[in-house]
Design a protein around this ligand. Structure first.
Ligand SMILES: [Zn+2]
Length: 83
């Protein structure tokens, strides 16, 4: 892309977009730098607080929820089969 052919308004729009993308991933980069396992990111689609694992970027609350659900199912089915 030839940036010199763009007018000021287009350049501003482009800059804002780039900044928005950077801002999105900045907390995770900071967490990576400081060696934190969890960082404060954007709230997930289920409306959780936005705490995410640095490695996977996955929502901590969702992860806990799925783990609990899995364990429930697993324990239930094991109990059922033992009786
Ligand atoms: Zn979540």
């Amino acid at each position: 892309m030839d940036l010199t052919s763009l007018d000021t308004e287009s350049l501003l729009t482009l800059t804002r977009r780039l900044l928005a993308v950077n801002r999105k991933s900045l907390p995770r980069l900071e967490a990576l730098d400081t060696g934190k396992h969890i960082y404060q990111g954007n709230p997930c689609k289920y409306g959780h607080s936005g705490k995410r694992y640095t490695n996977s970027q996955k929502c901590v609350s969702c992860h806990k929820h799925t783990t609990v659900e899995w364990r429930k199912k697993h324990v239930e089915s094991r109990n059922r089969s033992s009786t």
